[in-house]
Design a protein around this ligand. Structure first.
Ligand code: RB5
Length: 149
């Protein structure tokens, strides 16, 4: 199950991404927002982040104007590694090296065709583990206020 959320500027793109995911046979849970009425991106970043850390959803996708605000909100939640990506290479490597559990992008930055390619690159990638796991563990240690040097 993939969690998805957006703010008011990204509703159309979110709906197209949902259709794209469903066409690939994936299950999607939509955490809003559902209209273009002005709202606040932290609400949806938090909803999707909570769905991922609770295990309700395996991973999440977040979209706002730039992808920045909504990813910042998600990254405040312990255990979340949200990556803002405007290209397929970064999306892929954010999973392979960083084990990102949320992909974010901006509806005002990327067009819908590129957004779909970014999503596909991220979904198709697998975390490599190994030396990268050490660094993921260091990120978790930072969250716990531990010394990492
Ligand atoms: C909303 O105007 C805009 O600030 C938001 O979508 C996002 O780009 C913030 O990072």
């Amino acid at each position: 199950m993939i969690a998805i959320g957006c703010d008011h500027v990204a509703v159309d793109m979110k709906n197209e991404i949902i259709e794209h995911l469903k066409a690939k046979g994936l299950e999607v849970k939509d955490f809003g927002t559902y209209s273009t009425e002005r709202t606040h991106y932290p609400i949806y970043g938090l909803r999707v982040a909570n769905a991922v850390v609770s295990g309700e959803c395996e991973k999440g996708i977040l979209i706002c104007g730039t992808g920045v605000g909504i990813s910042l909100a998600a990254n405040k939640v312990k255990g979340i590694r949200a990556a803002v990506c405007s290209d397929c290479y970064t999306a892929k490597l954010s999973k392979v090296h960083n084990n990102s559990n949320i992909l974010a992008f901006g509806a005002r930055v990327v067009g819908i065709d590129l957004a779909k390619m970014i999503v596909d690159s991220w979904l198709d990638a697998e975390f490599e583990g190994g030396r990268h796991q050490i660094r993921i563990d260091m990120l978790a240690a930072i969250e716990n206020g531990e010394d990492i040097e």
